[in-house]
Design a protein around this ligand. Structure first.
Ligand code: ADP
Length: 500
């Protein structure tokens, strides 16, 4: 096959190039500066393999400076004590600014992560709406009066937790930053954000928007660097009150162990191995198969809720496998800037090698490769991988149990509803699941029986700000978004007053 120049169409807009040229900074107490040690690391465009920017590697001292800035801002109340209406107005303004600059920020995430620009645009609108949703919460969090006995008046308040250390992954860089910062600020906290080292860029854009819209200096701080250094320093810092983490289950466990020393409050949004259950009465098989392929291959499979296990009734198995393999082969793999791209590269060479390793493992375990399995031949550069489908997967295989975080789908079969539910639940994760059936009784029965924080019926992957999100089992602790975010970012104080 003739080589295709992957950089065709990579015409970086001037404002995005300006941003990249100045992206090598931390933001501490409102000041943009280099790391104290002077060390840097490069962030790379996974499609062209070009270096996008050199980013400061924050030291323990830098993390300490950021935490101290956030602590001062918390204690002096420069944000917490602003009138609720003013805080809300600022957060609404942030939402509008994100929407206005969405095209450019989407370019940044596309270059840094690899995703198609049109998908990144959807994430920008979701991020804008996240700020608007939480802006609406600012003046709606309050406590109770509690009747106890004569002569005593007891009431409760909900107060900010304080300094929130927030560590985010590389799959939805800007959106994850919004999911973390918007609720934390809405409920009066201050933050130190650490983006993933693979995708450090767009968080800086957000921090600048916050400042422009009136969030006081020191309230939202940005540190950059590898997890084992910068992330670990943040988690271990005694003046951090809460850690909010989204990432792998393995690192989530380490964070929880480390947070135990200071009894930091933690919320963890971790991995998944989400089952997508197709019953014989699911309707048009080719439509459902296309949706199932999209559920796994969207964002190159780098999604914690990806539908990576297709659990299919044996009577429709052959047709589903054929249609899913067809949909996988038809998925256009390419750079994010090409209009016809449905799936970009993986985020890094390391991730590509990891996912290829799982493809080898699945083949070695006896799973049958029915689509993909390697890199597309037309590109000489880039961490591209073809959407890959394995049939004949059984529960005991690692490909049925472990999170791959790449475009690799494992197909399992069942004979009846009980077996389908058993297969769905036979993993250590419990983040999400889907059920495809036209039988309303079955839909609710199976949704009720699945151990997962989110279940979709006849759809996949939908999330929205008013809907709480999080994991059962080893997929996490706590909930983000929706009313449950109040629990994550406030703490209750009870006040006893002697009235006689
Ligand atoms: P992945 O393995 O898919 O890269 P990780 O869970 O390692 O996902 O990364 C998610 C986030 O956690 C990133 O911001 C990363 O830098 C951070 N991280 C990784 N290791 C640690 C650690 N030991 N302590 C704190 N943060 C970490």
């Amino acid at each position: 096959m003739a080589a295709v120049d992957v950089t065709t169409g990579r015409d970086i807009p001037a404002d995005v190039q300006d941003f990249l040229d100045g992206a090598g900074v931390l933001v501490i107490d409102g000041e943009e500066r280099a790391a104290s040690g002077g060390a840097t690391f490069d962030t790379v465009d996974p499609a062209s393999e070009e270096v996008l920017a050199s980013i400061p590697q924050a030291t323990e001292d830098d993390v300490d400076a950021a935490v101290q800035a956030a602590k001062r801002a918390h204690l002096d109340g420069r944000w917490r004590t602003l009138p609720a209406a003013k805080k809300a107005r600022i957060l609404f303004k942030v939402g509008d600014a994100i929407q206005k600059q969405a095209e450019s920020i989407a370019w940044v995430d596309m270059l840094d992560h690899g995703k198609p620009h049109k998908h990144a645009m959807g994430e920008m609108i979701a991020a804008a709406n996240c700020f608007r949703y939480f802006a609406g919460w600012v003046d709606k969090v309050y406590g109770d009066t509690i009747p106890v006995r004569d002569g005593r008046f007891v009431y409760s308040t909900r107060e900010p937790v304080g300094v929130c250390g927030q560590i985010i992954p590389w799959n939805f860089p800007f959106l994850m930053a919004a999911w973390k910062i918007a609720p934390a600020l809405a409920f009066g906290n201050t933050v130190v954000l650490k983006p993933a080292e693979q995708t450090p860029l767009s968080a800086l854009w957000l921090i600048r928007i916050l400042k422009e819209c009136g969030v006081p200096d020191g309230v939202a701080n940005l540190v950059q660097g590898v997890g084992e250094v910068t992330g670990a320093a943040l988690v271990a810092h005694p003046d951090v009150d809460k850690i909010a983490f989204t990432g792998s289950t393995e690192v989530g466990k380490m964070i929880m162990r480390s947070a135990a020393d200071n009894l930091h409050k933690v919320t963890l949004e971790l991995g998944g191995k989400s089952p997508n259950l197709i019953f014989p009465d699911a309707g048009d098989i080719s439509r459902v198969a296309k949706k199932a392929a999209f559920a796994c291959f969207y964002n190159a499979g780098e999604v914690c809720t990806a539908g990576t296990r297709l659990v299919v009734d044996r009577s429709i198995h052959d047709e589903v496998v054929e249609q899913v393999a067809k949909a996988a082969d038809a998925t256009k793999v390419g750079p994010g800037w090409a209009d016809d791209t449905a799936m970009g590269p993986l985020v890094s060479d390391e991730q590509l090698q990891r996912v290829k390793g799982y493809i080898d493992i699945a083949s070695g375990e006896g799973a049958e490769l029915v689509a993909g399995g390697g890199q597309p031949e037309e590109y000489e550069k880039g961490f591209f991988l073809r959407p890959t489908v394995f049939d004949g997967v059984v529960t005991e295989m690692r490909i049925a149990q472990e999170e791959v975080f790449g475009p690799v789908l494992a197909i399992q079969s069942f004979d009846d509803e009980d077996e389908a539910i058993a297969l769905a639940n036979d993993v250590s994760f419990g983040l999400a699941a889907a059920v495809w059936t036209r039988d309303v009784g079955r839909a609710h029965r199976v949704a009720g029986a699945i151990k997962a924080g989110t279940v979709w019926v006849n759809t996949y992957g939908e999330l929205d700000n008013p809907v709480s999100f999080g994991g059962f089992k080893q997929s996490g602790i706590g909930r983000e978004l929706g009313p449950h975010a109040v629990e994550a970012y406030t703490q209750v104080k009870s006040v006893w007053v002697a009235t006689s």
